[in-house]
Design a binder for this molecule. Sequence first.
Ligand SMILES: *[C@@H]1O[C@H](CO)[C@@H](O)[C@H](O)[C@H]1NC(C)=O
Ligand SMILES: *[C@@H]1O[C@H](CO)[C@@H](O)[C@H](O)[C@H]1NC(C)=O
Ligand SMILES: *[C@@H]1O[C@H](CO)[C@@H](O)[C@H](O)[C@H]1NC(C)=O
Length: 116
Amino acid sequence: MKIIALVCVLFAFIARAYSASTTWGVQNTTDIIVLNQNIQYPAVRNTVQTLYFNVPASYQSNSKVISAIYLQDQFKNSSGPTNTLVWGGPGWTFATIQMKTQSSYGLNVTFLVYGR
Ligand SMILES: *[C@@H]1O[C@H](CO)[C@@H](O)[C@H](O)[C@H]1NC(C)=O
Ligand SMILES: *[C@@H]1O[C@H](CO)[C@@H](O)[C@H](O)[C@H]1NC(C)=O
Ligand SMILES: *[C@@H]1O[C@H](CO)[C@@H](O)[C@H](O)[C@H]1NC(C)=O
């Protein structure tokens, strides 16, 4: 019974996809910025691009437990990507976020990752 409930929660979690600006977790005033990074990818005509953002970044390490991740869409119109947390996130020291661009659009997003 417990396992079934857990699986349901997991599926509900995975099914949560977001558009454009997205926030995961809750930031505490005492939390510090682990990562502040702007990411830009050019558009590819008639193509939906699937891109990934990782914490920690390549060749970096992170020992802080993530409390919140802010993904800010810099396009600020309705052309931003659809974002899904696929691995880790708040409560973990790592995270992988998948960003799916809209067809024929690139992306320009800023990541702010807080940890404690
Ligand atoms: C924020 O951190 C402080 C100190 O660790 C803690 O007492 C407080 O409960 C935290 N607040 C939230 C909302 O997590
Ligand atoms: C991305 O967003 C930043 C901040 O709004 C802006 O300065 C920059 O010119 C944008 N880059 C592109 C390629 O749109
Ligand atoms: C949204 O903004 C971006 C960057 O300024 C631009 O490339 C794109 O064409 C805009 N989308 C729409 C639907 O206006």
